[in-house]
Design a protein around this ligand. Sequence first.
Ligand SMILES: [Zn+2]
Length: 338
Amino acid sequence: MRVCQTLVSRLLFAGTFAISGALCRGQNTTADVAPVIDVHVHAMDESFPGGGPMCPNEAKFLASDPKTKEATFGWDVENCTPKLYPSEKGQYIKDVKAEMERLNVTAVVFGDEAGVKKWQDAMPGRVIPGTSFSEGMTPGARVSLDKLRQEFTTGGFKVMGEIGLQYEGLSPSDESVDKYFALAEELDIPVAIHMGTGGSGRANITTPKFRGSMGNPLLLEELLARHPKLRVQVMHAGYPMIDNMLTLLQANSHVYVDVAGLIWSYPIKEVNRYIQRIVEAGFEDRVMFGTDQMEWPKLMTYSISLIQNADYLTPEEKRDILYNNAARFLRLDTHEKK
Ligand SMILES: [Zn+2]
């Protein structure tokens, strides 16, 4: 078993994870790879514009001086290995599809109708569609309530997200967006809300309305009190506000977290400490795997490996995080029996 695990981790960057996993069990088909649900993928049709290689878990949010022109990207991507690379132009969806098939991943894919449809057409059966009430990238621009209702009643959408109010400096309990959450509660649609992480480490430059304080998980309390049947996915697990996150989880049993973004963008010890704390505080059945996939196709295999190689998780907890918890949250009728 240990030999297999070593083999798997060594082969990750050679892109042979699923094959090696099957080989370890004496099998040779990807259909035998245990299923994974990624609850946090974005419906990009190209690698994120202007992006480049990324060094997972090597974040150094370096200082800069406001007297000089500040870089918009806070990570040191030059001096590290390994790097994950974007796809060639026109190849992104094809590359991610190959990864999802190889790793047996089904994903909640967030975007507008046209964007998500491209993904559904490219990989039928592997996409759970999600959309939200933000209109494009303009802060404060909203989709009409009627359109959103149509998308969730006849349009086939299953999850309301990614809701990025923090980037607008708004609390999720802000009254101006309450009607959308009321709709989600009425239609019994889970909502996925960005809470915590600041993306590139330069949110103050790239998104001047972003407020760290609006990622405080306890800001969800008023919303949850107003809508007691709302099922909430706290995206990025409210990182780094662990105490407030645990307080919210303890008080509200409909709340789940995803580890997307967080899992690869902070130093590995910090990531493991954060996830371990949530699990060991008693919330292991509410932690869901996610990537925040938007640019680097090999991010999925990399992120799955972090859960599979976490020495603080039991095999059962790994399966719960990689699949069972999301299946329960999303009410898929296929979740594995313990
Ligand atoms: Zn997010």
